[in-house]
Design a binder for this molecule. Structure first.
Ligand code: GSH
Length: 206
C-alpha cells in the first residue's frame, strides 16, 4: 500500500491525494507537518532531508517534491492520460507544473500566511497586498492561456490542472479583492465537478 506522509490541509499534499484518486490508487496517509510535527524526526529526515511534506513511500522507493511525486505516480500507475508520453504534449504539461513551483507558489504562500495562517499580530498587510498584486498578474497569464482550451495544457485534464487547480481554489476563496477572471472561474468550475477535487481541495483553507 502506498504510504503518503503529510497533513491534509497542505496544498502539496492535496496534489498527491487528488492525483491518487484520479488514478484509482489506494493509499495510507500519515499526518505529518505543521501541528502534527514528525518532519524533524531523524527517521523522517532520512526519507526527506528537507523536512517538508509530502513524501511518499512506495515499497522501497521514496519520493519527495510534490510535482515529482505526481510524475512518478502517473508513470508507474498507467497515468498516460494525465501525463502524455509524446514529448511535445508532455512539455506543455511540464512547463505549467514548473511554472507553478517557480512562480505561482511565492505569492500564493505569502497570501496564505499573511491572510490566514499567521497569528494576526504577525501578519504583514503590505506583504499580502504585494502578493495579491503579483497573484493578479500571474492568474491573468492563466486567464489568457485558457482562451482556446478547456484545461491548462490543452483539451483534456492533466497533471498541470492538479498543480494549478489547488491554487485557483485558494485564489478564488481568499478574502481579497480580485479582478474578474471568467475563464479561470469557468475552468475552476470544471475542476469542481471532479469528485477528488471536491474531496481534497474544496475544504476550509487553514
Ligand atoms: N516544493 C515542495 C514544497 C513542500 C512544502 O513546502 N511543503 C509544506 C506544506 S505545503 C511544508 O512541509 N511545510 C512545513 C510543515 O508542514 O511542517 C513540494 O512541492 O513538495
Amino acid at each position: 500500500m502506498l504510504k503518503i506522509w503529510g497533513r491534509a490541509n497542505s496544498s502539496n499534499v492535496q496534489k498527491v491525494l487528488w492525483c491518487c484518486d484520479e488514478l484509482g490508487i489506494g493509499y495510507e496517509r500519515i499526518d505529518a507537518g505543521g501541528a502534527f510535527g514528525r518532519t524533524r524526526d531523524p527517521d523522517y529526515l532520512a526519507l526527506n532531508p528537507m523536512g517538508l511534506v509530502p513524501t511518499i513511500e512506495d515499497g522501497d522507493a521514496v519520493v519527495w517534491e510534490s510535482n515529482t511525486i505526481l510524475r512518478y505516480l502517473a508513470t508507474t500507475r498507467g497515468g498516460g492520460r494525465l501525463y502524455p508520453t509524446n514529448p511535445v504534449a508532455r512539455s506543455h504539461v511540464e512547463r505549467w507544473m514548473d511554472w507553478q513551483i517557480a512562480h505561482l507558489v511565492t505569492p500564493m504562500s505569502t497570501l496564505l500566511f499573511h491572510l490566514i495562517r499567521l497569528p494576526e499580530k504577525e501578519r504583514d498587510a503590505g506583504a499580502a497586498e504585494a502578493a495579491r498584486r503579483r497573484g493578479q498578474e500571474l492568474w491573468g497569464i492563466v486567464e489568457r492561456q485558457l482562451a482556446d482550451r478547456d484545461y491548462i495544457a490543452g483539451a483534456s485534464f492533466t497533471l498541470a490542472d492538479i498543480c494549478l487547480g489547488i491554487f485557483a481554489y485558494r485564489w478564488l476563496h481568499f478574502p481579497i479583492e480580485r479582478q474578474p477572471l471568467p475563464r479561470v472561474e469557468a475552468w475552476h468550475g470544471r475542476l469542481a465537478q471532479r469528485q477528488a477535487f471536491a474531496t481534497h481541495v474544496m475544504q476550509p483553507i487553514t
